[in-house]
Every structure is written in C-alpha cells, then in structure tokens.
Design a protein around this ligand. Structure first.
Ligand SMILES: [Zn+2]
Length: 340
C-alpha cells in the first residue's frame, strides 16, 4: 500500500508501506476515503521535532475493511471517523472525557500514519465512530475535519468556557483557529474576535462567525482586544498556535476570571509564575480529546448544520503529498486534503 513517509526534515516521500493487517482482536483495518496534512505535521517537517523515517498523518475517515474478533461497535462496510489518539473509551480517564490521555493512549502520528491508503486502528471500539450511513461525497471533507481540526478547535472553545453572552478571542488563524471560531459561534458566543493578518483567512473567519478581526500581534494585539472589551479583556481566549508569543498574547488578552483554552502544540513556551499568579485566569488545554466530541460533531455535519470542510483550500492526490507539505510550509495553503 502507498503511504507518506517523512524520511528526514523537509523530505517527504510517498512510498510502498507494509499492508496493514489485524494484529490484535480489538483492531480494525480502515480503507481511507480521504486524509490530510496537519499544521502539527510541519513541526517535524521543519526539523523542530525529530523526523527520521516517520509514517505521517493522523486524520482519517474511511470504510472499515476488516475487524478483529473482539470488535463490537463497528463492522465491515461502516464508514467511520476516528481521532488522532487511539483510546479505549472505557477507562476512568476516558469516561471523564479525556480520551487523548487514555491509560491506553497511542498517537496515530508517527506510528500508524494515516496519510496512506489503509490504516490499522487499534482499540477500534473505543477509537472509531460510525456515521449514520455512507456519506455523500461532498460531506467527506467536513467529516475529515471532525477527525482533528474541528474536534481540536471545539475542545479549545469548551476549555475556554465559551458560551452565550461571552466575548471570545482566537489567537491563530490556521485551520484549528478557524475551527475555534466556528465552534465559538455554535456554542453561542456573542462576539468572536479573530486575530489574523491574512485576507483570505480573515474572510473564512468571518464566514465561520467572527464578528471582529484584529491584525495586530503581541502586546499591540492584546491592547486591541482590551480596547474592544472596555479595557477588561476577553472572557474566553482560544490559543491555537503553540509559540511563546501566542501563549503570552492569549494569557494577557484574557480578563480576570476568564479562561484560556490552549491547543497549539507547545514548543518552547514558558509561563512566568508571577504573571500567571497575578492574572487571575484559568488555563486549560492539551491534546484535544476529540473522541469526546465525535458523535455530536458527526451529527452536526451529517445534518448539514456546519461546513468545516471549507477549511481545506487545496486538494491533491496522495502521490503529490510532498507538494502539499510545501504549500502549507510556505503558507500557500491553510489545509491540504489528500485524496486516496
Ligand atoms: Zn481510556
């Protein structure tokens, strides 16, 4: 089977990989309908995380081709959406809604690698959720978005306690930030401030529900948020980048008693204890427990109430994955869908 491998930083190949088979009775093999490239894939691509012959990809939708003897919740022929973390969905941590920290958690990235024709999904009963039927082709991008970027943006909004009457600021205009805007709208936020300096992403943010755009960054960006909120700061801030600048900006843009939901994969971020202490804010984040939200988000897409698939602005065949990485690295594309 064909699959994407990051041979070394900057070197993406599409190559022949071992055909996935059932190993454990709790496994399923899924034939992917579509997959995509994540902003977080750019960290190893840019050499900022180890990259040595990594099977890439952790977002996936497709049709179950084979199941182990112990699988009960999905069957051959089901169309399924999975999360980027394998989880049993039964342990105490899962039952509390934190499936990305399951006691049996395994990251799909770098091990299974779903930028491929097929994938072996362990703990299929806990990890996969079947859609109500075979989706129309035009729903596939949105279902794929549910698998990570929407689930992650949604978690960020929930972690930031977004709700009716609240003002939300979103730091980061990548795919996850844009999904945070969509989530904030769905969760009833009154005002949604998207921080973005790219015209195309600003337009998409507005389409997803942003009411205001702030182009300033750093302390100037914070000052602008304060100006827009009567000097107080936002109730809820979504941080969807993972850099020091973004995290600092998120903390400083939040009003006392407010909440930061941070989902940008943290790289070299430190938070001074004194600043945190005197800010009087709540911080909650981490790898999103996407599995918690899959059933509800699949239904919203199925009922055509949301269209998160619009976040894909470039579609390429799997064989051209290297061009997809280049396009995202050079910011020519926000998010690349790979057809399988
Ligand atoms: Zn668990």
């Amino acid at each position: 089977m064909r699959g994407v491998v990051l041979e070394a930083a900057g070197t993406v190949t599409v190559t022949e990989r071992e055909h996935p088979r059932i190993v454990e009775p709790t496994d399923a093999v899924v034939r992917l309908a579509a997959t995509c490239i994540c902003g977080s894939d750019l960290w190893p691509y840019r050499g900022l995380e180890p990259a040595d012959h990594l099977p890439m990809g952790h977002e996936y939708v497709g049709v179950v081709e084979e199941v182990g003897d112990g699988v009960r919740n999905v069957k051959v022929g089901d169309f399924v959406v999975g999360s980027f973390v394998i989880s049993d969905n039964t342990c105490e941590i899962c039952r509390a809604g934190y499936q990305s920290k399951c006691v049996h958690a395994q990251f799909v990235h770098g091990t299974i690698g779903t930028q491929a024709e097929l994938a072996r999904i362990p703990l299929a009963d806990g990890t996969l959720v079947a859609t109500p039927g075979r989706p129309d082709a035009d729903l596939i991008p949105s279902l794929l978005a549910v698998s990570d970027v929407l689930g992650t943006g949604w978690f960020a909004a929930v972690a930031a306690e977004v709700g009716p009457g609240k003002t939300v600021a979103v730091v980061g205009d990548g795919a996850v930030g844009l999904m945070g805007v969509l989530a904030a709208r769905q969760l009833g936020a009154e005002r949604i401030i998207a921080m973005s300096r790219h015209a195309d992403r600003q337009a998409l943010a507005r389409e997803f529900g942003a009411t205001d755009i702030v182009t300033e960054r750093g302390d100037d960006g914070v000052a602008r948020i304060k100006e827009l909120t009567g000097g107080l700061g936002a109730h809820s801030v979504i941080e969807a980048v993972g850099t020091q600048e973004a995290m600092t900006q998120a903390i400083r843009a939040t009003r006392p008693g407010g909440h930061v939901g941070f989902v940008g994969v943290s790289h070299g971020v430190t938070i001074p204890g004194e600043e945190l202490f005197f800010s009087g804010i709540h911080l909650h984040g981490g790898p999103a427990p996407v599995r918690r939200f899959l059933p509800d988000l699949i239904q919203l897409v199925w009922d055509r109430k949301i269209d998160p698939g619009k976040v894909f602005d470039l579609t390429l065949p799997l064989e051209q994955a290297a061009e997809g990485y280049r396009a995202m690295d050079e910011r020519r594309a926000t998010k690349v869908l790979l057809t399988v």
